[in-house]
Design a protein around this ligand. Sequence first.
Ligand code: SF4
Ligand code: SF4
Length: 454
Amino acid sequence: MRFSQTSMKVSSFKRGLKLPTRKHATEGKPVELVPQPKTVVIPINQHFGAPNRSLVKPGDTVKRGQKIAEAINPGLMTVPVHASISGVVKKVEPRLQSNNNDGLCVIIENNETNETAFMPPLDVFACSREEALARLREAGLTGMGGAGFPTHVKLSPPLNKPIDVFIADGAECEPYLTTDEAVITEKPDLLIKGLAIAMKITGVKRSIIGMEDNKQRLIPLLEQEIRLAGLTDSVAIGLCKTRYPQGGEKMLITTLTGREVPSGGLPMDAGCIVQNVGTLVAIAEAFIQGKPLIDRDLTVSGGACKLPKNIRAPIGSMLPDMPKEFMDIDYSRLKKILFGGPMMGTAVSTVMIPIQKNTSGIILMTQEETYIDRESPCIRCGRCLRNCPCHLSPALMNIGLEAGDLDEALRAGLMDCIECGSCTYMCPARIKLVQRFRVGKQRLRARQAAAKKA
Ligand code: SF4
Ligand code: SF4
């Protein structure tokens, strides 16, 4: 790939799926600001790592951007959580979250003063690396495209893992979702500034913005911003074939650099860091405006959504609390609710669940959009094997898990599974493969943690 000029070559990884994109309802639509919510329900743990404790109690007045939860030892892998509106804390109690578990939440009633408590701006080019990493942490930044991995940890890989390529992930391969496309369209300047900040912190000199080729219209916009930022020698745009799961870190690395992440490894083992475009915008806001991660851009779509759109919501907002003229749900046709996309998202039982830092979309599906079939026995057709982008053996992993043999599943590649759901989608026996793999991985992690403790 040439730098200083966009390569028009369209690359791809092997295998994967050609899915119906179902993005038409929100594609090209602007991001609409959610009207001020009366109440927000903010989970105090929205990240991967050590748990937080609440810093506020009922009756406290808080400002937008004020820290409301943090770990006892902030030096651990953890990030704080901030108030997304100004108001009065009404309760601190467990509420249902998008992972289908109850978790402690701070419930804030809006006092409509809109008072803010942002940090002062910080110039990344005039501060130390430690100060810059502390800013990422203090802003509560986590990856906005996945499991909520703390950004300051991702941007400080160990010294024995040299990084030479920074990848901005704008592939957005999940059907329905158009949030990343909207972010690139509306905030290309902040995206490039966030990328420059991330490159400065990591010391990486080369960067590639990866997008699927269904977003080619955004290229001139990005090229202009790259030129304005004086980054034509170090930032390129890489076009990838529209193919699921192109946005997965491993797939994007292979497609854009030709490198493979080794089994059991991470992107840094292939000399890369991958960061979602939304997170890069949040990085720019944290430095330029001193703004913590308190708002979330997401797509709300699906056949049971009467007003599908891209929205910007204060974290902790809930769809049913939004005015009907802004967000209208057809409850009579609603059959399935997904937080995230239809392939990797989580099915939940109610819409009364708060939007979190990693909520990329809420999909409200009708009967016609979803299939709920009964499982039948595996017919050894090999479709799951042929379509797994990680070259694993899903059928074998499933046999191991069904027999309660975690080691068998491990040998078949369980921990290399990226939970993309391609095998489940292709399985003619409708076996809930990826759902089992998620549970299997949790059990394996619990077993490893218990062994470590012992
Ligand atoms: S085994 Fe994992 S990585 Fe492979 S297709 Fe299934 S869910 Fe995706
Ligand atoms: S796709 Fe389903 S039926 Fe076919 S081998 Fe895989 S698990 Fe068995």
